[in-house]
Structure formats: structure tokens, C-alpha cells
Design a binder for this molecule. Structure first.
Ligand SMILES: CC(C)(COP(=O)(O)OP(=O)(O)OC[C@H]1O[C@@H](n2cnc3c(N)ncnc32)[C@H](O)[C@@H]1OP(=O)(O)O)[C@@H](O)C(=O)NCCC(=O)NCCS
Length: 101
């Protein structure tokens, strides 16, 4: 998973990994943000906000016109300027499809 991820942003307290977020992108039109997570003991200290800001501000992503993500925590991303109005997301789950393909 990490080897095929285009950009990883991580937060550390010494040698302890306390925050993580990753991006898959074509570096031009689209970037999808995945797995933004902050250690429970470190939540509420703006680490999640900083991870998302560093993704949006990253020098290699400055041409990307649309950042896209799936979340069960829309409130967190709305504060960062994300909107649910632009697109309707749909998913196909191999696990739930019954497909063996
Ligand atoms: C959601 C998550 C990444 C936020 O990280 P964090 O470092 O705790 O968040 P921040 O400290 O940067 O919070 C920024 C603001 O968002 C708010 N916020 C945090 N989590 C929120 C949530 N789930 N819903 C609404 N608002 C939220 C905070 O209250 C804070 O508000 P403030 O600016 O008024 O103080 C973190 O709580 C987490 O890892 N949760 C579990 C995993 C998860 O849900 N990941 C999301 C991808 S599906």
C-alpha cells in the first residue's frame, strides 16, 4: 500500500507515529486523500488539520484542480473548505458485490 502511494504525510512525537494521511494522484487534475487518522491520545491538537493542509499546500500538488475524499467525519473536512455539494460519490465493494472477479 505505501509503496504505491504517491504522497504520505505523517506526524511524529519522537519515534511515535501519531498522525497519518496519504494521497493518490495524477499530479494534474485529480488527487484523492485517504486514511487521515490521528492517534486518539493526540486528537484535538490540530494535527489532523495540519496533515490535510500540508497535503493541499504540497508543492507537487499545486496543479491539482480537485481533491476528493470519502469520510464518515464530514464536519472535520467542512472546516477545511471541503464541500459535499460538488460531487456524488459512489463505491463498488468487492466484498459486498458477491463477485469472485
Ligand atoms: C478526524 C481526525 C483526523 C481529526 O484530527 P484531529 O487532529 O483530532 O483534528 P484537529 O485537532 O485538527 O481538529 C480541527 C477541528 O475539527 C474539529 N473536529 C475534529 N474531529 C471532528 C469530527 N469528527 N467532526 C467534526 N469536527 C471535528 C475539531 O473540534 C477542531 O475544531 P476547532 O477548529 O473548532 O477547534 C481525528 O479525530 C481522527 O483520526 N479520527 C478517527 C479517524 C477518522 O475519522 N478519520 C477521518 C477519515 S474517514
Amino acid at each position: 500500500m505505501l509503496a504505491h502511494t504517491d504522497l504520505v504525510i505523517s506526524a511524529w512525537d519522537g519515534s511515535r507515529l501519531v498522525g497519518f494521511g496519504r494521497v493518490l494522484t495524477d499530479y494534474v487534475f485529480r488527487a484523492s486523500i485517504w486514511d487521515v487518522i490521528v492517534d486518539r491520545d493526540y486528537q484535538g491538537q490540530k494535527i489532523g488539520t495540519e496533515i490535510v493542509r500540508r497535503i493541499l499546500d504540497h508543492p507537487t500538488l499545486q496543479h491539482v484542480e480537485l481533491f476528493w475524499l470519502c469520510t464518515r467525519r464530514p464536519g472535520f473536512y467542512e472546516r477545511l473548505g471541503f464541500s459535499a455539494k460538488e460531487q456524488t460519490g459512489m463505491v463498488w465493494s468487492r466484498k459486498n458485490s458477491g463477485s469472485q472477479a
